[in-house]
Write a protein that binds this ligand. Structure first.
Ligand code: NAD
Length: 322
């Protein structure tokens, strides 16, 4: 199997590729992987096993049509992860989110069609559903995104659906909860808090800290993506959840404890504009249809992640203050 993964020099894509190339998906121990990544501020070849005999790295933009037409032919599948992914950045400057997340996705879908790629997985997010005070979203929920980031991802999902309906392209969409794990950029909540605390710096907590998120280990997300790629159905959407739900305050408490700090290190800052109150996914479909089950408990996973950042300052120190 030849798989092209866009955006795999970033957090989730690099985990997926490292897992694929180290036999983490037993049915695909001989898969060949091509990574296509523009290496924005969020991506780095340091995250990938460059030089691995079954890995080809191509530096390039998903909006570069001639490049896509050179690179995509010969691949069985595309896992499309390239995106601008940080909500705060989308509030400050949404244009790049439209360019990469919407136009980039449309170009990838179109190129996949021209190249005869068998399957495309569009990696999306629970944030496209908006915010939910109680209960959980199934895949039938309407898309009601509230941030420019989630609006761009929702638009991309709609293009994916349209390419399936219009052209019969086998596209499958995954929508996952908030991820945590090693190699996550220090701009995101968990790595920001951990690296600040490990550097003796205070951490910024938005508003009252009562916004609730569902946290899933990146390894569980990637296994869900691979299940959808290998066993999912064309044109279908699969929520990937099963993480631990907690408020930002509770997450802060856990991270303070793991880093040996206390609430004196916390600074309350003005709330994020349009801050969604709560996300919650119903992941019954991927569990019953594809046998998905998360493996990582939040307490063990967080402890491992803190240890990873503690042991790898050379990876994250250059990213601080950039
Ligand atoms: P990330 O920001 O860590 O990585 C994004 C990667 O995309 C980077 O390597 C970057 O260089 C690359 N990229 C950006 N623009 C590009 C372009 N125009 N052309 C080619 N490459 C480009 O993001 P992540 O957290 O790994 O997220 C990966 C995907 O998963 C995204 O589509 C995101 O929306 C989705 N997702 C993320 C989460 C999460 O919690 N992080 C949850 C659900 C879904």
């Amino acid at each position: 199997m030849r798989i092209l993964v866009t955006g795999a020099a970033g957090f989730i894509g690099s985990h997926y590729v490292r897992t694929l190339l180290t036999g983490g998906y037993p049915e695909h121990t001989d898969a060949h992987v091509t990574v296509l990544d523009a290496l924005t501020y969020a991506g780095s070849t340091r995250n990938l096993p460059i030089g691995h005999p079954r890995l080809t790295f191509v530096k390039g933009d998903v909006r570069d049509r001639p490049l896509l037409d050179r690179v995509l032919p010969g691949h069985d599948a595309v896992v499309h992860m390239a995106a601008e992914s940080h909500v705060d950045r989308s509030i400050a400057g949404p244009a790049e989110f439209v360019r990469t997340n919407v136009l980039g996705t449309q170009e990838v879908l179109d190129a996949a069609l021209r190249a005869g790629v068998r399957t495309v997985v569009q990696v999306s997010t629970d944030e496209v559903y908006g915010t939910i005070e109680s209960g959980s979203w199934t895949e039938h929920e309407p898309l009601l995104p509230n941030s420019p980031y989630s609006a761009s991802k929702a638009s991309a999902d709609l293009f994916a659906r349209a390419y399936w309906r219009t052209h019969g392209l086998d596209v499958r969409i995954t929508r996952c909860a908030n991820n945590y794990g090693p190699y996550q950029h220090v701009e995101k909540l968990i790595p920001l808090f951990v690296t600040n605390l490990l550097s003796g710096r205070p951490v910024p907590l938005y508003g009252d800290g009562l916004n609730r998120r569902e946290w899933l280990h990146v390894d569980d997300h990637c296994r869900g993506i691979h299940l959808v790629l290998t066993r999912g159905r064309p044109g279908e959407v699969y929520n990937i959840g099963g993480g631990a739900e907690m408020s930002n305050r509770d997450m802060t408490e856990k991270l303070l404890e793991l880093c040996g700090a206390d609430w004196r290190m916390v600074r309350k800052v003005a709330d994020r504009k349009g801050h969604d109150i709560r996300y919650s996914l119903d992941d019954g479909k991927i569990r019953t249809e594809l046998g998905y089950e998360p493996r990582h408990s939040i307490d063990h996973g967080l402890r491992e992640v803190v240890e990873w950042y503690r042991g790898n300052p050379a990876w994250w120190k250059p990213l601080q203050d950039r």
